[in-house]
Design a binder for this molecule. Structure first.
Ligand SMILES: *Cc1c(COP(=O)(O)O)cnc(C)c1O
Length: 387
């Protein structure tokens, strides 16, 4: 046996191992599985972006190491997109950094700001990376519960004072994975007031800013922090343009925070393949009707599922954004036992809420990243079951 570093003990056991095993067993039995567990769009990357990539990949000048902070053309494209979408001005030289997907920035930010014993405020349920990377950086995550009765927003007034003196970062994510909710303007204002008062850097994960259905368009946190005093925002081309496999995203906001993250990253990676950045410029500056089409597809799937699950007496809030539904498990089940039951009895795979933190227990997450036909078939199977 090899002996791993003790910090590896901070990585929790893989939570979906049992579900994966059940899934494999069902596959072996020849069950036609309907997988509604994946956070990865099934829709291909729009064609004009793929074509741009083909061109860019054959140009020798793109074959060399890229610059660490990203091509200036890409950073200008980001600032142009931001201005158009949020009416926020960004200095492409100092307030924009390219990332190998937003996960790259999210996972490394604690290493730039957390000293041993420092705290980061982390939402639960939430994207597990915030919590685990805070731990690996030697910090302590302080959990902010997202409760349904509070519209899945954290209650800042519940965070005790003694925590605040050691808190360096706050992670937020709206539109939210896994709950599908969005944050109000008042919430952002409250957060920024709070963060300035207590000197906490707000790290807003806006990976789903363009996957919205009804209600107001999601806002950027920088619309509420126009001087970029205390916040940064992570964005991704993954969900907006169905480019998860390409690995490109960006972070914008406070220049000192961006500069520190950039300095750290010069020692970790060597930038994003330039051909991908060229294709990324095409995504951000080219035809945006493709994004409307992506929203239309997810909205149709959402509407089918919302209506069917309502008629089946499942309890949940209709998601305003993201491609997830966050649903209460029926009485008598835990998150995990219900997910196992669905695989066994219906050949349907969903994600147990407990995988997103303790506050996720009692829920399961349905992902809309499967074709409409499969979703309709899944609903049919559910209708023939009893809970
Ligand atoms: C998908 C996702 C990301 C990561 O996306 P990248 O592909 O790394 O850009 C970040 N945050 C949340 C909440 C996500 O769901």
């Amino acid at each position: 046996m090899v002996k791993v570093a003790s910090r590896m003990e901070k990585i929790p056991p893989y939570l979906f191992a049992r579900i994966d095993k059940k899934k494999e067993e069902a596959k072996k039995r020849g069950v036609d599985l309907i997988d509604l567990s994946i956070g990865d769009p099934d829709i291909p990357t729009p064609n004009h972006i793929v074509e741009k990539m083909k061109e860019a990949v054959s140009e020798a000048k793109n074959h060399r190491y890229p610059s660490y902070e990203g091509m200036i053309e890409f950073r200008k494209a980001v600032s142009h997109w931001y201005k158009k979408r949020f009416d926020v001005d960004l200095d492409p030289e100092r307030e924009v950094l390219v990332l190998l997907g937003s996960k790259d920035g999210i996972s490394h930010i604690p290493f730039a700001f957390i000293d041993t014993g420092d705290l980061a405020l982390v939402p639960s349920p939430g994207y597990p990376v915030y919590r685990i990377m805070t731990l690996l950086a030697g910090g302590e995550p302080y959990i902010m519960p997202l409760k349904e009765e509070n519209d899945f927003l954290p209650r800042l007034e519940d965070i005790p004072d003694f925590v605040l003196t050691k808190t360096k970062l706050m992670f937020l994510n709206y539109p939210n994975n896994p709950t599908g909710t969005n944050a109000s303007d008042e919430f952002y204002e409250k957060v920024l007031h709070y963060a300035k008062k207590h000197d906490i850097i707000v790290c807003h994960d806006a990976a789903y800013s363009e996957i919205y259905f009804d209600g107001a368009k999601p806002r950027s946190i920088l619309e509420f922090d126009r001087k970029k005093e205390i916040s940064i925002e992570f964005h991704s081309l993954s969900k907006t343009y169905c480019m998860t496999g390409w690995r490109i995203g960006f972070v914008v906001g406070n220049r000192d925070v961006i500069s520190a993250l950039g300095r750290l990253k010069t020692n970790i990676d060597s930038g994003v393949f330039q051909a991908i950045q060229v294709a990324g410029c095409e995504a951000l500056l080219g035809d945006q009707t493709v994004v409307e089409e992506i929203r239309r597809i997810f909205k149709k799937r959402r509407d089918i599922l919302v209506e069917s699950l309502n008629s089946l007496d499942f309890h949940f809030k209709r998601p305003m954004a993201t491609f997830y539904l966050w649903v209460h498990v029926p009485k008598g089940f835990t998150s995990e036992s219900f997910c196992e039951y669905l695989i066994e009895k219906a050949g349907i795979v969903v994600t147990p809420g407990s995988g997103f933190g303790e506050e996720g227990e009692g829920y399961f997450r349905i992902s809309l990243t499967t074709s409409e036909e499969k979703i309709v078939e899944g609903v049919k199977r559910l209708k023939s079951m009893s809970f």
